[in-house]
Design a binder for this molecule. Structure first.
Ligand code: XMP
Length: 518
């Protein structure tokens, strides 16, 4: 079974931010999934030979003029179908039920009353779900059993087991619907009749095989390692597939955290046996960053210099030999997001997404392009990568460069590195790593505040702790770190890091704040 011939559960994206999350939840239920735009025709959908369809939520009213329509032929393909929120209403409309503006909107936590059915059978009779709708289904299509209702949604769920179709008004994919994953799983296994076989062990095997096929018997490849999870797992997979015909390249741009270079040079190489070239480009980056304070200007300067130093390193790695393939750790969310989904504003330019110059002549090897982050981690573990690499928190390509508010200098990098190391040590000691998605530590280099230490007046810089929980970095909340841990971090940083006399905690969710400060 490979990804190419495994029938996907297709998530039809009606334009809300939830389609990707639904696709992930399907993977968590151990079935392969892909996202397709709502403009996909019945023929295009059929060509993908899907195992089932899930119609996602979306922002529109089904009766609005510009509402994304569901091609009714899609429902005649004989596939199992699950409608969620807008998808539930679109499905109702297409199958002859009634959607009406009841004037009884529901947003957020809502209670539903369960009346039975396969999806909700045995779950608490009244339970919490996450709703977000104006219109509501007032009559289910003929042949469908109504299995739940809420105050604002007389038909909050329905199913027709014989036709392998069902739907819910609420969002089962979000954590605020505590039984949501169970309901989704029941659709997939009991109503659609699918067997959950998508697991890390067989994903790794399949991917190695695919890389072998793509690169062939003699092809050579290079891979830039960033110290992050994705490039490490991609490189490890390709190394398994083609051995020494892969050369890994690591650019030390000086914007790394303490210990990161060693992690790549020692731990990664020890675990994989990969051939690695490290280039020390710290001076070049610092000189390009001199005098630069504006966040996007910093990103551009770092991105441009990165490409140049990477090219120099590649020339060195190639040693006059032909290298045809460039390995990249692109993940499925990048693929979906760059695949066009309309209306996504470019909030920050992420230099490592699509940042290669136009004249690059390599063919891309992207073994992770259909995986989500948690799957990448599982594959990494499967390949024997150490936990320090696999469980690593996301770290931005421009590194500490965008965590120093103000000009980046060597001294400031040293200050931030020391504070960051202390925060990381204490969070790990407190056992909080699992709970925290990432914790940027930020140096407000352009701000000073007055303090007192040992009878001396100080005039130092604040350090900001920005611990967040998140599922995909699109939204985030701040982590309620225990006071004792905060106290330890604060005491250690102010005692051990010269120049820092204040530690503050960022208690802003995303939105409105982004995760990084720049
Ligand atoms: P924001 O700050 O936009 O961050 O909420 C979302 C996620 O993206 C990471 N990030 C970056 N990653 N290059 C990267 O590779 C960048 O320029 C960049 N900016 C932010 C950030 O750490 C978080 O995980």
């Amino acid at each position: 079974m490979t990804q190419q011939n495994q029938s996907p559960v297709l998530v039809v994206d009606f334009g809300a931010q939830y389609a990707q999350l639904i696709a992930r939840r399907v993977r968590e239920a151990h079935l392969y999934s892909e996202v397709v735009p709502h403009t996909a025709t019945a023929a295009e959908i059929k060509a993908k030979n899907p195992a089932a369809l899930i119609l996602s939520g979306g922002p529109s009213s089904v009766y609005a003029d510009n509402a994304p329509k569901l091609d009714p032929e899609i429902l005649e393909l004989g596939l199992p179908v699950f409608g969620i929120c807008y998808g539930f209403q679109a499905m109702t409309d297409a199958l002859g039920g009634t959607v009406a503006e009841t004037g009884n909107r529901e947003y957020g936590r809502t209670q539903i009353q369960v009346a039975g059915g396969v999806l909700h059978n045995g779950l608490t009779q009244t339970h919490q779900v996450w709703m977000s709708h104006g219109d509501a289904v007032t009559a289910a299509p003929e042949g469908f059993e109504v299995t739940a209702s809420s105050e604002g949604a007389p038909v909050a769920a329905f199913e027709n087991v014989e036709k392998h179709m069902a739907g819910v008004q609420y969002h089962p994919e979000v954590l605020h619907s505590p039984h949501g994953q169970e309901v989704l799983s029941r659709f997939l296994t009991q109503i659609a009749g699918l067997k959950p076989t998508w697991t890390a062990a067989n994903i790794a095997e399949q991917l190695i095989e695919q890389v072998r096929e793509q690169v062939g018997e003699t092809g050579r490849a290079i891979c830039g390692l960033s110290g992050g999870v994705d490039s490490a797992v991609a490189a490890a997979l390709v190394q398994r597939a083609i051995g020494d015909r892969l050369t890994c390249v690591f650019v030390d741009h000086g914007l790394l955290r303490a210990g990161e270079r060693e992690q790549v040079e020692q731990d990664f190489v020890a675990a994989t046996g990969a051939k690695l070239i490290t280039v020390d480009e710290r001076a070049a980056f610092l000189s390009k960053l001199s005098g630069v304070t504006e966040p996007e200007a910093k990103r551009k300067a770092i991105g441009a210099e990165f490409i140049r130093s990477f090219e120099r390193a590649v020339a060195q790695a190639m040693e006059g030999q032909q290298v045809d393939f460039l390995v990249q750790g692109t993940l499925y969310p990048d693929v979906v997001e760059s695949g066009g989904g309309s209306g996504t504003a470019n909030i920050k330019s992420h230099h490592n997404v699509g940042g290669l110059p136009d004249d690059v002549e390599f063919k891309l090897v992207e073994p992770l392009r259909l995986l989500f982050k948690d799957e990448v981690r599982a594959v990494g573990r499967e390949l024997g990568l150490p936990d320090v690499i696999v469980s690593r928190q996301p770290f931005p390509g421009p590194g500490l460069g965008i965590r120093i508010i103000g000009e980046v200098t060597e001294d400031r990098l040293e200050t931030l590195r020391a504070a960051d190391q202390i925060a990381r040590e204490e969070l790990t000691t407190a056992g909080l790593d699992e709970q925290i998605w990432q914790c940027p530590v930020v140096l407000l280099a352009d701000v000073r505040s007055v303090g007192v230490q040992g009878d001396q007046r100080t005039y130092g810089h604040p350090i900001v702790l920005r611990p967040v929980t998140s599922e995909d970095a699109m939204t985030a909340d701040w982590v309620r770190i225990p006071y004792e841990t905060l106290e330890k971090i604060s005491t250690r940083i102010t005692n051990e890091v010269a120049e820092v006399n204040r530690v503050v905690l960022d208690v802003t969710s995303k939105p409105p704040g982004t995760i990084e400060w720049e």
